[in-house]
Each structure stands twice: as C-alpha cells, then as structure tokens.
Design a binder for this molecule. Structure first.
Ligand SMILES: [Cu+2]
Length: 244
C-alpha cells in the first residue's frame, strides 16, 4: 500500500467526522435549511440542529458508501472482449477491522454527545417563564393565564413575543399531545398528571399546531393556534379583554 493510498483511506474514514464538526460549527449559517418549517423558538432550534447534525453525518456516509459502490460497479464492470484477472484475495485485515469498528463508534459517540449537549436547551424551562395552565379535553384546548382568565377562547393561546412561556398541561379525559412544530417538541398530555413544555416565540404571527395523539372521533379538529403579539399589543389585548 503506497503512502497516497493510505492517506486516501484515512480521508475516507475521517470525512464523516469532519462533516459532523463542520455542521456543528456552521449551524448559525445554516439555520432552518434542513427542516420543513422554520424553527422559531430556542427549543425548536435545538431540535433542528440535532436533526441537521444527524442528517449531515448520515447523508455524508450514504454519499461516500453509495458513491464508492456505484464507482466500483461502473469502473470494474464486465465488458465483452476484456479479460480481468481476479483481484488479490484478502483474508482478514486487522487494521481495516479495527478501523471500521472504531470510526462508527466515534461517529455515534459524537452524535450522542452533541444530542446530550443540546437536550437541556430543549427540555429545561427557563426561570421566570410566564405560567400557562393547559387543559386538554375531547376535542379542545383551554389556556388559562396566571390571573385565571382564558381570554382568547378555546384552542387559541395569545402570548407576547420573546417571552418564555411555560405550559403546565393536563387532560380531563384521555391522552392528548400538544404539538406546535415551529415552537418545539411534542409533549403528551395525561389525565391525573401534569406534564410540561415551553417555548419562546421569536417572531410575531400565528403558529398552528395539532393534537398529535389520536384521541377519538374529533381528533382532527383538535387544533392549536399560538398567536404571538408584540409586547405592547399583548398588553393592549389583555387590558381590553379584562374590561369586556
Ligand atoms: Cu387529542
């Protein structure tokens, strides 16, 4: 094996790891390019970056392995009138076997470490978040504010922009699942138990979501709208609602 060959082999082994590092470093520049919907909350952005890291590494491996396979199949195909001698018959290669054991382990350890690094940003509710009680029932959501009001009616949650919102959720009947994709993770909602999720919308506008656990014949109508207002608009909204 020549030095060039050895170098090329190491490059092929190191490329997926390099891709992981590059993706990790390039995250701000690539924001929102890999998923269908733009994440608009820190927890949703963390989920998106984990997704992009896994996608980047797996696509890199797929291209390298698939590319090598296609190249070999074309380059060494049988052609009429040409004789190819049998390639050298290799039996056992300690270096190769250690290599293809260690490289996948390093890739998996790298992806796990990145996931565990990002996970607290997905699950941990920031201190001082606005507390909202979410009550799920067949087939609607009720959002109750700290003052006990639920001004927007069922299925609509009105919140200020750039403010952490802590959802304390329970169900009156069966299992439901709160999911507004652009604002973060799915979270199951149970009877007799409180589950938590949070978000902090960084853009003004309406976000749509859906109960993500089949809960009966009206499940499809169990939609969610999170209406994000500017802080001033939110204050105006709440004061007009309080007087009416
Ligand atoms: Cu439901």
């Amino acid at each position: 094996m020549t030095r060039t060959h050895r170098r090329r082999r190491w490059f092929l082994a190191a490329a997926p790891l390099g891709a992981l590092v590059a993706l990790t470093l390039a995250q701000p520049a690539l924001a929102g390019t890999a998923t269908l919907n733009q994440p608009d909350s820190p927890n949703a952005q963390s989920i998106d970056s984990i997704y992009r890291a896994v996608l980047g590494v797996t696509v890199t491996i797929f291209v390298l392995v698939g590319g090598w396979l296609v190249y070999s199949a074309i380059r060494f195909r049988e052609r009429p009138g040409r004789e190819y001698p049998d390639p050298p018959q290799v039996r056992g290669s300690t270096r190769l076997e250690i290599g293809w054991t260690i490289v996948p382990i390093l890739i998996l350890v790298g992806l796990s470490a990145f996931t565990f690094y990002k996970l607290p940003k997905v699950t941990d509710v920031p201190k001082g978040a606005m507390q909202i009680v979410v009550t799920a029932q067949q087939y609607s959501w009720t959002f109750t504010y700290p003052d006990g009001k639920h001004p927007a009616g069922p299925n609509t949650l009105v919140v200020p922009v750039d403010t952490p919102i802590h959802l304390n959720m329970h169900s009156k009947d069966v299992v439901h699942d709160f999911w507004v994709e652009q604002l973060g993770q799915k979270q199951d909602v149970f009877p007799n138990r409180i589950t938590h999720t949070w978000f902090q919308a960084d853009r003004i506008g309406d976000y749509t979501g859906q109960c993500a656990e089949f809960c009966g014949s009206g499940h499809a109508t169990m939609t969610i709208v999170v209406r994000v207002l500017s802080k001033q608009d939110y204050l105006n909204y709440m004061s007009t609602k309080a007087t009416t």
